[in-house]
Design a protein around this ligand. Structure first.
Ligand code: FES
Length: 165
């Protein structure tokens, strides 16, 4: 994502038009701030800071309030998603069966933090609560595919297979 100091006047004007369009689409609707944020995320895959700033200006809601909403709902992403998305479950069953070691292994192999995306934008890592496969604990999903009874030594193979898929 480009930083606000480096966005061009054209990009700025595009952001302004985009936000004005979303605001007009949801004018007068209840819960419109959330609906607008959904529309922005659907468009970009996350909510870029520049767009959130423009939305704050356009609707007269502080950027702080917008960030409160964005961080309250786990659905919203503040960083660009990766080409591949890994979610490791840290629900109770997975926790008890060793999920923390899986998370550490993914973090160390990809050099990424929880909720972060690798520098090359190939992988995004999320830690989630119960994905409904407790019988397969510890479990994770990779691009929506569930992997169960995963061991830390399986992680490099899973990453390699995902890269080459
Ligand atoms: S706790 Fe991990 S799938 Fe339920």
């Amino acid at each position: 994502m480009s930083q606000s100091s480096t966005i061009t006047p054209n990009e700025k004007s595009d952001i302004r038009k985009e936000v004005a369009q979303h605001v007009s689409n949801w004018k007068g609707e209840e819960g419109n701030l959330i609906m607008i944020l959904h529309a922005i995320q659907n468009q970009h895959g996350y909510v870029p800071r520049e767009v959130a700033m423009e939305l704050s200006r356009e609707v007269g809601v502080t950027l702080g309030r917008i960030y409160e909403v964005l961080t309250f709902y786990h659905y919203f992403k503040l960083v660009p998603p990766g080409k591949h998305n890994i979610s490791v479950c840290l629900g109770t069953a997975c926790y008890l069966k060793g999920a923390p070691a899986l998370i550490n292994e993914v973090k160390s192999q990809l050099k990424v933090e929880e909720g972060g995306t690798t520098e090359d934008h190939e992988f995004h890592l999320d830690v989630v609560r119960c994905i409904g496969c407790c019988g397969m604990a510890p479990a994770m999903t990779v691009d929506g595919r569930t992997c169960g009874k995963v061991k830390p030594e399986d992680i490099s193979k899973i990453i390699a297979e995902t890269k080459s898929a």
